[in-house]
Design a binder for this molecule. Structure first.
Ligand code: TXA
Ligand code: MG
Length: 325
């Protein structure tokens, strides 16, 4: 990628000066601030419209200084960090001395990850410290997977946007809580549960079966503007046509088994059969339905294996109850 070193230097300077930098990662774009600057971190929350009680992920350029950002690093944490960093895995650990409480919503734990993207790594290395970054979208909406998504959603509220092209993974990182005896997945994401279990040699609890531990995991997260309705794959076409016939502007995520079907609807996307490809496109498809004015999206859940687990999780949340207004 032809990427200007001077641009990275300028972005690192913005972080040092307390500004906000949107940057690409392999999962989604992040809205970054110096993790050690409470005022800059506060601006991230304001810009996103996110309640300050919802903790941010601290991004590091490598795992060498993890001990300054997290404490009580367990064997499990080390195994996962070694296997999957840099990569789409976030570890929840006890908070280390460099992490101000503002970045963790006052929690005694901190979420940390080393992203696998050349632009993110160049920025983190030039900056030198930790970058606290949520996904670069407004609270509750779909994460951005291109720099254009970020500009469209946050505009002038961001001081600097690094454009690294479309994100390769397309859904957020997998979050694993490694603070206790038994590790557990808090959010399925870019690293498949099967890969984590293979690395650890033990099964991991799935989020649907574990209670909500922290704020920031509302069912309505990751939602497009249009209402999302989930039905069985064989009912997608009929449900979509029924709703379209009732006057809705329907967007359809057509399951692979029905890829050739003709559908009377406003917008139709035949979803890729390979889950990695589906994950890469998911938020693009949802944003596209919004852009085209759909008010209802009809979809079905993919098999919950590999990245299918993360896709199903995001679709369920998108279909979940909304806050009134
Ligand atoms: O792929 C990703 O993870 C992207 C990129 C930019 O790295 N980031 C991202 O951040 O998705 P965000 O803020 O949109 O989601 C972070 C999630 C939130 O749901 C938050 O509740 C959870 O991480 N989280 C953060 N700190 C936590 C903690 N100490 N304990 C439990 N969950 C935590
Ligand atoms: Mg987010």
């Amino acid at each position: 990628m032809a990427f200007e070193t001077s641009e990275i230097g300028a972005a690192a300077g913005v972080l040092r000066a307390g500004g906000l930098v949107a940057f690409p990662t392999e999962t989604v774009y992040g809205l970054g601030a110096n993790a050690e600057d409470p005022a800059a971190v506060a601006r991230v929350f304001r810009t996103k419209g996110r309640p300050p009680s919802h903790p941010l992920i601290v991004h590091l350029g490598d795992a060498d200084h993890l001990g300054e950002w997290a404490a009580d690093i367990t064997k499990t944490a080390r195994v996962l960090a070694e296997h999957f960093w840099p990569g789409p895995l976030t570890l929840v650990l006890r908070r280390g001395r460099r992490v101000p409480p503002e970045a963790t919503g006052g929690l005694e734990t901190v979420a940390v990850r080393v992203p696998d993207h050349p632009v993110a790594l160049a920025l983190l290395s030039a900056f030198g410290g930790g970058v606290a970054a949520p996904s670069a979208n407004r609270f509750g909406s779909v994460s951005p997977t291109t720099a254009d998504h970020v500009r469209a959603e946050l505009g002038d509220a961001v001081d600097f946007v690094l454009d690294g092209g479309p994100c390769d993974v397309g859904v957020e990182s997998t979050i694993v809580d490694v603070t206790g005896e038994v590790p557990g997945i808090l959010r399925p994401g870019g690293v498949a549960r099967e890969a984590l279990e293979a690395a650890l040699g033990r099964p991991l609890a799935v989020p649907e079966s574990s209670p909500v531990r922290v704020p920031g995991q509302h069912p309505s997260h990751y939602a497009p503007r249009a209402r999302v309705v989930l039905v069985e794959p064989e009912n997608v076409v009929a449900e979509a046509e029924l709703a379209q016939g009732l006057g809705h502007r329907v967007g359809v995520l057509l399951p692979p088994a029905f890829a050739g079907a003709r559908v009377e609807a406003h917008a139709v996307v035949a979803v890729p059969a390979a889950s990695a490809e589906y994950a890469r496109g998911l938020y693009v498809f949802l944003r596209d339905f919004d852009r085209r004015g759909c008010d209802l999206i009809v979809a079905s859940l993919p098999a919950e294996e590999g990245l299918g687990l993360a896709i199903a999780n995001r679709l369920r949340r998108a279909a979940g109850p909304r806050d009134p207004g």
